[in-house]
Ligand binder design. Structure first.
Ligand code: ASP
Length: 385
């Protein structure tokens, strides 16, 4: 180790000794989000902003408490997400957005980075806390993704708390649906008029998409790494306002909206789901990190002297290294930049097995928070915070 360290210093390769080896305390960290989008100071009342910050703080405190006392990352993210699902300010559980038909259809997923086991549900209508359903699918079924009536049935059979769909109703989300439908209906009328005359369409498709996005904020997610180095990730949402035809976004899709792998990272996403699915954003970031980490280890191995037989005198082990924070952020930002290139917007939260936590997003803001054993505590909304 010492020899390797000296060799590394000489070549100053971009790896650092694992901090857990230097300090006694095992590290843990957690990051959470409550959606991303056009979140500007002018659009958010002081009360609403305060309520959102307080709820992020409460959720972060809950997850942190579990991790600090030696609990699992799986328990920490479940408890954190439930707090946000129960709050009407977020587009998950109570407060979910409405479908075109005026229903709330909830999507969710969860993943365990140690086993890479996963569970998810799409279009569920009666489960009070959808994240518990994702977890039940993971833990108590042979499947990964259940949908619609079958998912609701499984939820009942699992004894999860069921509610009347009315429970999810909030007036502001319902009003958003009415505005969205009015704009959509207007556009359809313009379109059919344009067929018979040469008038120009006033509401373009992009504008309408933007409207759907504006009415979407509040998907929630959490990622955490516990003292044993196990990563977990989860996401829960109502999807997008006015969704139709059984539309399913990225949130219940393992690899798109959620991914966890102890060898690389945990990710939860929020944004225009279709684009996150197309790039498999969550898995893409984890893969890039895993390969980059591998490259750094290989590079370090090359710095180790060989013996007379040409064998390395020391074999570098992954547990001796960590990527630094900048490298992790770079990989996440690169994928979010690609998302932007194809027209997607939104963001992700991440943790790594080394205890890094952070965010990457290409929208004006993202409701977000993170904390860890190193004393970090961030609660933020706007992009410039
Ligand atoms: N990603 C979610 C979806 O497309 C929405 C969001 O995160 O705002 O369903």
């Amino acid at each position: 180790m010492k020899r390797l360290f000296a060799a590394m210093m000489a070549l100053s390769v971009a790896v650092q000794p694992l901090s857990a080896l230097d300090t006694e305390e095992p590290t843990w960290s957690i990051a959470i989000h409550g959606g991303a989008g056009v979140i500007k100071r002018a659009n958010l009342s002081a009360e609403r902003e305060a309520a959102i910050r307080a709820k992020l703080d409460e959720a972060l405190a809950k997850g942190s408490e579990i991790l600090k006392s030696g609990g699992t990352s799986m328990d920490a993210i479940t408890a954190t997400i439930m707090i946000l699902e129960n709050d009407p300010n977020f587009n998950a559980g109570k407060g979910a957005v409405f479908t075109w038909e005026g229903k709330n259809e909830l999507d969710t997923s969860i993943m365990d980075g140690k086993t890479r086991n996963a569970g998810a549900a799409a279009g569920v209508q009666y489960t009070k806390n959808p994240i518990l359903l994702a977890r039940a699918v993971m833990e108590n079924s042979r499947h990964v993704l259940l949908s619609g009536a079958g998912a609701d049935q499984f939820s009942r059979e699992q004894g999860l708390e069921q509610v009347d769909p009315q429970y999810f109703y909030t007036q502001s989300r319902y009003d958003s649906l009415q505005r969205y439908k009015a704009a959509q209906t207007k556009r359809e009328a313009e379109k059919s008029a344009a067929k018979t005359s040469s008038i120009e369409l006033k509401t373009d498709a992009a504008g309408l998409d933007a409207l759907g996005r504006d009415y979407r904020f509040g998907t929630v997610g959490a990622v955490a790494v516990d003292k044993d180095g196990n990563i977990a990730a989860g996401t829960s949402t109502g999807g997008t306002t006015g969704k139709r035809w059984g539309r399913v976004g990225d949130s219940p899709i393992i690899g798109a909206g959620t991914y966890a792998d102890n060898r690389s990272c945990g990710i939860s996403a929020t944004g225009t789901g279709e684009y996150f699915i197309r790039l498999a954003v969550a898995q893409e970031i984890c893969s890039r990190l895993r390969h980059r980490f591998r490259r750094e280890i290989d590079k370090a191995q090359l710095t180790v002297p060989k013996d007379a037989d040409g064998n390395y005198t020391y074999i570098v082990h992954a547990s001796e290294f960590e990527l630094n924070e900048k490298q992790v952020q770079e990989e996440a930002d690169a994928v979010i930049a690609e998302l932007g290139d194809i027209g997607g917007d939104g963001g992700i939260i991440y943790v790594t097995p080394f205890g890094h936590s952070g965010f990457s997003f290409n929208t004006e803001g993202m409701y977000r928070a993170r904390g860890g054993s190193n004393g970090t505590k961030v609660i933020a909304i706007y992009g410039d915070e």
